[in-house]
Design a protein around this ligand. Structure first.
Ligand SMILES: Nc1ncnc2c1ncn2[C@@H]1O[C@H](COP(=O)(O)OP(=O)(O)O)[C@@H](O)[C@H]1O
Ligand SMILES: [Mg+2]
Length: 241
């Protein structure tokens, strides 16, 4: 069976400024794959490009057996590919319930929406307790859970997360990572996780890619990357040990 996501020789940039150089990566069904890299390495450019937010340039993107290069984010969402964008947020003046309903915009009947809601509550029970609360009044971690929950309101095959750890306390992050991992194992959701926080990302992923200046510099099983001297020195802050 071909991989769920297959990115081949993807180049992208802004205007005349190239950022990604022939990046290739695959994500197989049921995998959690991470993309690591320093600030500015091109991680967001890569996932925004995959999610259809940036305009097409060179390279191809295949998803679930189809060429989806150049499709809009809405078309991709309808096919089961969604991105929780870096630093983006919930609708602060809407309630938790209203935010989740927004995520279900493509679902026609109420029963399907209810089913998705149950799935989201299973992942983040706190959201169920907060349904009537204004999203903007929740903690950063809860808002991040809501954002992820909103993506899960559509039947997803691949969830991409762009730096979910940004601005979150380590303990909150641990909870979110643990839930992502559980969800991946239990519900068979495939995950592409972009992180500067290499430590947490390598802990919950099966495989990883290291992006440097818009190029794939290293790739392999997460276990191996965790012990790779270069990764340890540059991304895990363990150069001396
Ligand atoms: N909207 C934009 N316009 C122009 N340059 C951008 C834009 N977004 C990002 N860049 C540049 O592209 C490079 C990669 O950025 P980005 O993909 O955000 O990296 P990362 O997510 O790994 O931190 C950086 O040099 C950044 O300055
Ligand atoms: Mg980024």
């Amino acid at each position: 069976m071909p991989p769920l996501l297959e990115v081949r020789d993807l180049s992208a940039g802004y205007g005349q400024v190239p950022v990604l150089h022939e990046v290739s990566l695959t994500v197989s069904r049921l995998e959690t794959v991470c993309v690591l890299g320093a600030n500015g390495a091109g991680k967001s450019t890569l996932v925004n490009r995959i999610a259809g937010i940036l305009r097409p340039s060179r390279g191809t993107i295949r998803f679930d057996g189809e060429d989806v290069t150049g499709l809009s984010p809405e078309r991709l969402a309808a096919k089961g590919l969604s991105l929780v964008r870096q630093g983006r947020s919930v609708f602060p003046f809407m309630t938790v319930q209203e935010n989740l309903d927004m995520g279900a915009y493509l679902l026609k009947d109420r029963r399907a929406v209810q089913e998705r809601l149950e799935t989201v509550f299973e992942m983040f029970p706190v959201l169920k307790e907060r349904l009537g609360q204004r999203a903007g009044s929740m903690s950063g971690g809860e808002q991040k859970m809501l954002e992820i929950g909103r993506s899960l309101m559509l039947p997803l095959k691949l969830l991409m997360l762009d730096e979910p750890s940004l601005g979150l306390a380590p303990l909150v992050l641990e909870t979110i990572f643990a839930r992502i991992r559980e969800f991946n194992e239990r519900s068979g959701l495939t995950i592409l996780l972009v992180e500067q926080n290499a430590f947490g990302a390598l802990e919950i992923s099966h495989r990883g890619y290291v992006l440097e200046l818009g190029r794939v510099r290293l790739e392999g099983p997460s276990e191996r990357l965790r012990t790779d001297p270069e990764v340890r020195e540059r991304y895990l802050g363990a150069g001396a040990g």
